[in-house]
Write a protein that binds this ligand. Structure first.
Ligand SMILES: CCCCCCCCCCC/C=C/C(=O)SCCNC(=O)CCNC(=O)[C@H](O)C(C)(C)COP(=O)(O)OP(=O)(O)OC[C@H]1O[C@@H](n2cnc3c(N)ncnc32)[C@H](O)[C@@H]1OP(=O)(O)O
Ligand SMILES: NC(=O)C1=CN([C@@H]2O[C@H](COP(=O)(O)OP(=O)(O)OC[C@H]3O[C@@H](n4cnc5c(N)ncnc54)[C@H](OP(=O)(O)O)[C@@H]3O)[C@@H](O)[C@H]2O)C=CC1
Length: 246
């Protein structure tokens, strides 16, 4: 995500809890594009004080912050009846609370300065379809969907745009548990009308569009990029076999 945004011309502060991961991203961008495009700042999105410090440091490093991408997430597959209260909280605190802490911190700075900015939240189509097996993450993403629409409307008159992208399955990061098993992977691909997985840089380009002035009249919207996965293939594959076809 960060590397593709830099390739498209952005200067980016990457943030998360693990310094080594952030440094590796910055080193990769430096090696490809030269220094001064990407910077690392550690933060924990569950902690408002940590987020405040991150926003301050990002402003120092970039001069001004024009956009925020809420990408942090947590997920583990679990049957709902086996999920503990702490397990539910662990995911909701990252996804829903973390998105709020980052969005409110950055937007308050923009509003106080009398300037606009763009927020893009990472959703998934199951924010509105639901997703058996990951009730914690689906519930949190559903909350972020409502937050996107609410703040999109509430702040648009101030020039602060809040939108979201809803990617389908990318074989990266937290979805290793799906990608690792070739049989599971193929079953998932078979259910996607486009017949392939999503490339991370395709998600990054959708994020870049929503951050850009090209999307200046797009407010509280969700750009879904899942190859039609949530729409399903319906009966299309059976149309040659079904009785009554013309
Ligand atoms: C399945 C749908 C198929 C459709 C396919 C559609 C396309 C796929 C779309 C995929 C969308 C992806 C969305 C993502 O969000 S990907 C990003 C995921 N990234 C990560 O998960 C990385 C970060 N993850 C974590 O940090 C951890 O997993 C965690 C979220 C748990 C947070 O860690 P933390 O250190 O805060 O938590 P603890 O280890 O202290 O645990 C807290 C409680 O949670 C319980 N727990 C933890 N892991 C599990 C597990 N595997 N099973 C059950 N319970 C778990 C743990 O026991 C603690 O609870 P208790 O104190 O009660 O024991
Ligand atoms: N992968 C996929 O197929 C899909 C992903 N998405 C969404 O895209 C986004 C990125 O997904 P993906 O790249 O797979 O996820 P990853 O697990 O690779 O990345 C999640 C990031 O969140 C950071 N993070 C987790 N907890 C915290 C925290 N408390 N504070 C700060 N940062 C934190 C992690 O860094 P660290 O642990 O170092 O803090 C990590 O960099 C997520 O929002 C996800 O829901 C949506 C649809 C599909």
């Amino acid at each position: 995500m960060a590397a593709e945004l830099c390739r498209l011309g952005a200067r980016v502060v990457v943030s998360g809890r693990t310094k080594d991961t952030l440094d590796a991203t910055v080193e990769a961008v430096d090696a490809e594009l030269g220094p001064g495009r990407a910077f690392a700042v550690t933060a924990d999105v569950r902690d408002p004080a940590s987020v405040e410090a991150m926003a301050g440091r990002a402003t120092e490093l970039l001069g001004a912050v024009d956009g925020l991408v809420n990408n942090a997430s947590g997920l583990f597959p679990v049957k709902a009846e086996e999920l503990t209260p702490n397990g539910f909280d662990a995911v909701v605190r990252i996804v829903l609370n973390g998105t709020w802490h980052c969005t409110s911190e950055v937007a308050r700075r923009w509003l106080a300065a009398g300037r606009g900015g763009a927020v893009v939240n990472l959703l998934t189509p199951y924010a509105w379809t639901g997703a058996p097996g990951i009730v914690h993450n689906a519930s949190a993403k559903g909350g972020v969907l409502a937050m996107t629409r609410t703040l999109g409307a509430e702040w648009s008159g101030h020039g602060v745009r809040v939108n979201a992208v809803a990617p389908g399955w990318m074989p990266v990061g937290g979805t290793d548990f799906l990608a690792g098993d070739p049989a599971v992977r193929q079953r998932l691909i078979d259910a996607i009308p486009a017949g392939r997985l999503l490339k991370p840089e395709e998600t990054a380009r959708a994020v870049a569009y929503l951050l850009s002035d090209d999307a200046s009249y797009v407010v509280g919207e969700v750009l879904t990029i899942d190859g039609g996965h949530h729409l399903s293939k319906g009966l299309y594959e059976f149309t040659d076999e079904l009785p009554g076809r013309s």
